[in-house]
Ligand binder design. Structure first.
Ligand code: PEP
Length: 256
């Protein structure tokens, strides 16, 4: 049985005071929930303040990126130890915005993933095709490339700690969502691919989130799909009310 996991990616939004306000609102409503995993990923500058607010709750703290070296002359980067010190447990790796705007390749993503695992984090590993690739029927080819190269040379014992986020790039921040059938088809393919690369047991245990304009209005249909084990939520995680609703929808599905 895979445990549902709903994560909020705040991207480059929220000053410290805004982050405190949002984290406090989430804490009030969500602090006692134990039947699914909840994660919020604020920008680096908010991690300390948010950590102090949610530190004693079941809401886990995530970061949006992480460098693979522990320390040194890497201006502008953030190390695993710096994140660990703040109580960060999850790290988003390979988000399409990193791939698209900051030139991250599968090789770079693979280095980040290995470091995240080595230093004890749960990586949220993002994969997905862009619009052109989907229109050219290359979705499965791209997913295969992201999976085979992103997960290259990983220790199989570490795999259950990885959460895969299938995020069709054309659905991120656009208001366009994959239909539940389209999303399930991709998730099913990802699990099949994981079975081929590793084993059925490992693939069956790994959690695959869907991301791409998830909102309270579409969360139920998406989360009900058999291979969808949660959501990575961008825009709708910036409003406490919407993120709380999505978590509650997740719980309703569990309790059916
Ligand atoms: C994301 O940031 O990963 C994302 C899916 O964003 P949105 O929900 O805004 O599409």
């Amino acid at each position: 049985m895979r445990r549902l996991i709903i994560a909020g990616n705040w991207k480059m939004n929220k000053t410290v005071s805004e982050a405190r306000e949002l984290a406090t609102a989430l804490k009030l409503e969500l602090k006692d929930i134990t039947d699914l995993d909840m994660v919020i990923c604020p920008p680096f500058t908010d991690l300390d303040s948010v950590s102090q607010i949610i530190g004693d709750t079941n809401i886990a703290l995530g970061a949006q990126n992480m460098y693979w070296k522990l320390e040194g002359a890497f201006t502008g980067e953030i190390s695993p130890m710096m994140l660990r010190d703040l109580g960060v447990r999850f790290v988003i790796v390979g988000h399409s915005e990193r791939r698209q705007y900051f030139g991250e390749t599968n090789q770079i993503v693979n280095k980040r993933l290995k470091a995240a695992l080595k230093y004890g984090f749960n990586p949220i590993f993002c994969i997905g095709e862009n619009l052109k690739e989907r229109e050219e029927n290359k979705t499965f080819e791209i997913l295969t490339d992201h999976l085979e190269n992103g997960l290259k040379d990983l220790n199989e014992l570490d795999l259950p700690r990885i959460i895969i986020a299938y995020e069709p790039v054309w659905a991120i921040g656009t208001g366009r969502t994959a239909t539940p059938e389209m999303a399930e088809e991709a998730h099913h393919f990802i699990r099949k691919k994981l079975t081929e690369i590793f084993s059925k047991d490992l693939a069956d245990g790994m959690r695959i989130q869907y991301g791409g304009s998830v909102k309270p209005q579409n969360a139920k249909e998406l989360l009900m799909q058999p291979d969808i084990d949660g959501a990575l939520v961008g825009g709708a995680s910036l409003e406490a009310r919407d993120f709380i609703k999505i978590i509650k929808i997740g719980r309703e599905i569990l309790n059916k």
